[in-house]
Design a protein around this ligand. Structure first.
Ligand code: ADP
Length: 297
C-alpha cells in the first residue's frame, strides 16, 4: 500500500518547492502587494505603498529566474517610479493592467515552457572546420552553465545590481561581492576576473558594456573590446570553456541584432587565431536575443 510520511509543519516549510510553484506563489503575492499598494495610495500613505512594491520586487528577484519573472520585476520598478513621481492616475491604470497581463502571460508561458525553451541549443554544427562545435547558442540562465568561466555584464563599480549582474551575484553568494569591492572599478570595455564561489563556473569575468546612445559614440568598438578583453583574460587563466550573456542588450539598450553580430564576429576571429579556448557559449535569456544570435553566428 502507498503510504505518505507524516511531516511536521516546520519541516514541511523546508521542503524544496517546484520552481514553477515558487514562481506562481511569488507572482500571486506580487499581485496582492499591488492591490494593497493601490489601497494605501488611496489612503494617502505613499511610503507604505512603495515599501510593499519594493518587498514584492525583492521576492520576485529571489524566485527562480525566467523572462516572465524579469518582466514582473521591471513592472514593479516602473510602478514604484510612478508612485515616487506621484503619477497616481498612471500608477492605478498600470497596476490594474499589469494584474491582468501577468496572470494571462503566466498561463501562456510557465516555468515549464521556459525549461522547454531552455533546451533550444545550436551546437555550431555547420560552422567552418576550424570553428565547428566551438560556438554554441542556447537560451537559458547563465548562472546555471557548467563552463570554466561565465561573463558578467556589470557596471563600472561591479555593483552586482540589476539584470544579469544581480542574477550572478545572487547565485555566487556574498563572497563574490567582497572580491568585487576589492577590485573597486572596471572601465567600460575592460574586463576583470574573480572566482565563481557558489556558481558551477570556477571563474567570473566581469566586463562593462557601452550604453547605447544612437550608435555614433563608438559603441560598437567598445562592445567589440569587451568581447576581446574577456577572451584575452580567459586565455591568460587557461580557461577552456566560457559563456557570454548578450552584453549591453538589457538596461544599456544596445539593439540585439547589432550586438549579436559584433559578439559573433569577435568570437569567431578570436577562436580562429587561438586554439587554447575550446568552446564559447552564447547564453540568451530572451527569445529575441536567441533568434538574433542564430542569425549572426
Ligand atoms: P547591460 O547593462 O549590459 O545591458 P543587463 O543585465 O541589463 O546588462 O542585460 C544584458 C543581457 O543579459 C540581456 O539580454 C538580459 O536579457 C540578459 N540576462 C538577464 N539575466 C540573465 C541570466 N540569468 N542569464 C543570461 N542572460 C541574462
Amino acid at each position: 500500500m502507498f503510504q505518505l510520511p507524516v511531516v511536521a509543519a516546520a519541516a514541511l516549510a523546508e521542503y524544496p518547492l517546484n520552481p514553477e510553484v515558487q514562481q506562481q506563489v511569488v507572482l500571486m503575492s506580487a499581485a496582492r502587494a499591488k492591490k494593497e499598494a493601490v489601497q494605501k495610495v488611496d489612503e494617502g500613505d505613499y511610503t507604505t505603498a512603495s515599501q510593499l512594491l519594493q518587498t514584492a520586487r525583492k521576492q520576485v528577484l529571489a524566485a527562480p529566474a525566467s523572462p516572465l519573472m524579469e518582466q514582473e520585476a521591471i513592472a514593479l520598478i516602473d510602478l514604484d517610479r510612478d508612485l515616487q513621481r506621484r503619477q497616481v492616475q498612471q500608477f492605478r491604470k498600470m497596476s490594474h493592467y499589469q494584474s491582468h497581463s501577468i496572470s494571462r502571460s503566466f498561463s501562456q508561458s510557465t516555468y515549464h515552457d521556459y525549461q522547454v525553451q531552455r533546451s533550444q541549443r545550436y551546437r555550431g554544427q555547420n560552422l567552418p572546420d576550424d570553428l565547428r562545435g566551438r560556438i554554441e547558442v542556447i537560451q537559458g540562465d547563465i548562472t546555471k552553465q557548467r563552463v570554466d568561466a561565465i561573463v558578467n555584464a556589470t557596471d563600472n563599480y561591479l555593483s552586482g545590481s540589476g539584470g544579469v549582474d544581480a542574477a550572478i551575484h545572487r547565485a555566487a553568494g556574498s563572497e563574490l561581492k567582497k572580491e568585487c569591492e576589492q577590485i573597486h572599478r572596471c572601465e567600460t570595455g575592460e574586463a576583470k576576473i574573480t572566482r565563481g564561489y557558489n556558481l558551477p563556473a570556477r571563474w567570473v569575468i566581469h566586463t562593462v558594456g557601452p550604453v547605447w546612445q544612437g550608435g555614433h559614440q563608438g559603441e560598437d568598438q567598445i562592445l567589440a573590446q569587451c568581447y576581446r578583453n574577456c577572451l584575452m583574460l580567459a586565455e591568460q587563466y587557461s580557461i577552456k570553456t566560457i559563456a557570454f550573456p548578450a552584453i549591453s542588450t538589457g538596461l544599456r539598450g544596445f539593439p540585439s541584432d547589432w550586438a549579436s553580430r559584433i559578439a559573433c564576429s569577435q568570437v569567431k576571429i578570436f577562436l580562429q587565431r587561438n586554439s587554447a579556448i575550446e568552446k564559447v557559449v552564447f547564453v540568451c535569456f530572451e527569445q529575441r536575443d536567441f533568434d538574433c544570435y542564430l542569425n549572426s553566428v
